[in-house]
Design a binder for this molecule. Structure first.
Ligand code: ARG
Length: 303
C-alpha cells in the first residue's frame, strides 16, 4: 500500500512537471495537487501522465536513483536550515515562527515532494557544516553562491540578485566603502559582508554579530559607524531603526546571487529543487514574496 502511494505520488510529480513545462497557466491548476498527492483519491490525475513516464517512475524507485528524495519521503519531512533575522528572507513572525521568502520557497519544494517542511533556525556560519553532517536537507538562508562555499556544498540555480550595502546614521560623513577605513563596522559573522570588510578593505575595525539586526541595533545606539549587509535586510534594518539610512553607493561593485545549499552529491534532490525554483522564477513568484514579506517585516517593526 505504501509503495502504491509512493508510485502514485511519483506519477503525480511527473504529471506536474510535464504540466509545468507545457504551459504557464498550468501552475494555478497544479498548485493544490501536491498537498493531496499521497491521497488515493487523487489517483485519476496520474492517468494524465504519458505511458512512457508511467513505467519509468517505479523503475527509478527500484534502482534507487532518487535515494535522497526517497529518504525525505520516508521521513515525511524536508528539513530547511536557516538563520532568522534576515528579513524579508527569514525572520520571526508575530507568533515567533520563522517566516519569509526562503520559507515559502522551501515550502514549495516540500509540497512538490509531498512532505512537511521543518525549519531549523541556527547560526548562519554553522549552516554549511550542518548540511555536510546531515543535520538538514537544504540551507535556505539568503546564502550567496560563492566559489569558496561551492567547494564544500552544492548550490541550486540562483534565485535572487543582491549586493552588499552600507547602513550609517543620518548625516554620517561616510559616503562609500572607501570611507570605512579606520571606522567601527558591524557585520553578521561569516557572511559575505564580513568577508568583504575583513579581506577587501584595509584598516577597518570589524565587529562581528550573530545577526544583522544585532549589528543594526548597535549602530542605532551609536556604538558603530556603519554596518555592511545585503541590500534586502539593509533596507529593513534602516526601516526598523529611526535615524539609520542605507547609502546609495553599494559596499561592493560585485553583485551576489542567492542559491540553496545542498550537501554534495545529492543530485536527485538538487534537480527537484531546481525544477521548483525555475517554475517560481518563471512565475514571478519570488519577487512577489519579496514584496509581500518586505511589507510584513516593515509592519512588524512599526508595531
Ligand atoms: N548573503 C550573505 C551571505 O551569504 C548573507 C546571508 C545571511 N543570511 C541569513 N539568513 N542571516 O553571506
Amino acid at each position: 500500500m505504501k509503495k502504491m502511494r509512493l508510485i502514485v505520488a511519483m506519477l503525480l510529480a511527473t504529471a506536474l512537471l510535464l504540466a509545468g513545462c507545457a504551459s504557464e497557466t498550468a501552475d494555478t491548476t497544479a498548485a493544490p495537487v501536491p498537498t493531496e498527492a499521497p491521497g488515493a483519491t487523487e489517483a485519476p490525475a496520474a492517468t494524465e501522465a504519458p505511458a512512457a513516464e508511467a513505467t519509468e517512475a517505479p523503475a527509478e524507485e527500484a534502482t534507487g536513483e532518487t535515494p535522497n528524495i526517497d529518504a525525505i519521503k520516508e521521513a515525511g519531512k524536508l528539513v530547511m536550515l536557516t538563520n532568522a533575522g534576515f528579513a524579508p528572507y527569514e525572520f520571526l513572525g508575530s507568533d515567533n515562527t520563522v517566516i519569509g521568502v526562503d520559507v515559502e520557497i522551501a515550502g514549495a519544494i516540500a509540497e512538490s515532494l509531498g512532505v512537511e517542511l521543518e525549519v531549523v533556525d541556527m547560526d548562519f556560519d554553522a549552516i554549511v557544516f550542518a548540511l555536510q553532517s546531515g543535520k538538514g536537507d537544504l540551507g535556505v538562508a539568503g546564502m550567496t553562491n560563492t566559489p569558496e562555499r561551492a567547494e564544500t556544498v552544492d548550490f541550486s540555480i540562483n534565485y535572487v540578485d543582491s549586493q552588499q550595502m552600507i547602513i550609517v546614521q543620518e548625516g554620517s560623513d561616510i559616503t562609500g566603502p572607501a570611507d570605512l577605513t579606520g571606522k567601527n563596522v558591524g557585520v553578521q559573522m561569516g557572511t559575505t559582508g564580513d568577508l568583504f570588510v575583513t579581506d577587501d578593505l584595509e584598516g577597518v575595525n570589524v565587529q562581528r554579530y550573530k545577526t544583522g539586526p544585532d549589528a543594526g541595533a548597535e549602530l542605532a545606539a551609536g556604538k558603530l559607524d556603519a554596518v555592511v549587509i545585503d541590500a534586502g535586510p539593509a533596507a529593513q534594518i534602516a526601516a526598523a531603526n529611526p535615524g539609520l539610512v542605507v547609502l546609495e553607493t553599494p559596499a561592493t561593485e560585485e553583485p551576489e546571487q542567492y542559491a540553496i545549499a545542498i550537501a554534495k552529491g545529492k543530485d536527485d534532490l538538487k534537480a527537484a529543487v531546481n525544477a521548483v525554483l525555475e517554475q517560481l522564477i518563471a512565475d514571478g513568484q519570488i519577487q512577489a514574496w519579496i514584496d509581500e514579506y518586505n511589507e510584513i517585516s516593515s509592519a512588524e517593526s512599526a508595531a
